[in-house]
Design a protein. Structure first.
Length: 260
């Protein structure tokens, strides 16, 4: 699933290319997403002048002058491209002479969805050590599940939560309340730092190339990961292992030497 850095990369490309331009037409794929875009969203987009592209957590927001906003979510497997063909185009809009296409093989993406209640992003001023301490200190759930809970912390998914925990030296399966205050201080920093690195790198493009930016360019974050998708730790060279149980419905890798 695209995480904050991947969605921010998409936003920046679209903002630079299309802000101030008019959406001349839109069309739904056959079939479209499992939950089809609502008519209200289609009306806002069609013929509208794009004021800007914004982002909140993993959600992309298209702001149309004088009409409001339409929220996009890439779901598990969504990609937005300038042009580009595939059997999985679920939605497209024409901006000038260019078609901007939303591809989604699993059809869980959304166009025109509501923006849910989201916690602060790790790069926000509100995301402080005091805030993270407050949401962890009484919780028995695994710390990884808690920092991936979008209602608590917006933007972190499996890749970046895995790397933030490794950088902080914390095993993903530990109960939130087991963390010492110094560990929470460190995790606050690493959550922020890992997302900044991911944005600067243009996101992460793994072996399946599930993420490429709208112009087809891969991200570079995968070249700097320490444990995610690796067999050996990028810090100590020891074996990377997985937790016995999935966490937050996702496989969870860690280094038993570097993380406690």
């Amino acid at each position: 699933m695209p995480e904050l850095p991947e969605v921010e990369t998409v936003r920046r490309v679209l903002q630079e290319r299309y802000a101030g331009k008019v959406i001349t037409a839109v069309a739904l794929g056959k079939p479209t997403f499992y939950r089809a875009p609502p008519l209200a969203a289609i009306k806002i987009l069609t013929g509208g002048s794009i004021a800007s592209f914004k982002r909140r957590g993993k959600y992309l927001i298209v702001v149309i002058e004088g009409r409001g906003e339409v929220i996009f979510h890439l779901g598990m497997s969504g990609r937005i491209t300038v042009g580009g063909e595939s059997p999985h185009v679920r939605f497209q809009m024409w901006i000038g002479t260019e078609a901007v296409r939303f591809h989604d093989s699993r059809r869980f993406g959304r166009v025109g969805c509501p923006l849910p209640a989201l916690g602060p992003e790790p790069m926000d001023p509100e995301f402080t050590s005091d805030y993270l301490w407050g949401i962890l200190r009484k919780r028995t759930a695994p710390v990884k599940a808690l920092i991936m809970d979008q209602k608590l912390v917006a933007g972190l998914g499996n890749i970046y939560a895995t790397e933030a925990l490794h950088a902080a030296g914390i095993r993903p399966g530990r109960a939130g309340k087991s963390l010492r205050r110094a560990e929470v201080d460190k995790l606050t920093e690493t959550c922020r730092d890992i997302l900044v690195r991911g944005v600067d790198a243009g996101g992460a493009t793994l072996d399946d190339e599930a993420f490429l930016d709208p112009l087809g360019r891969p991200g570079r974050m995968q070249m700097g990961v320490m444990v995610y998708g690796r067999k050996t730790c990028g810090t100590c060279g020891g074996a990377v292992i997985g937790t016995r149980k999935s966490i937050g419905g996702r496989a969870s890798a860690y280094c038993p030497s570097c993380q406690r």
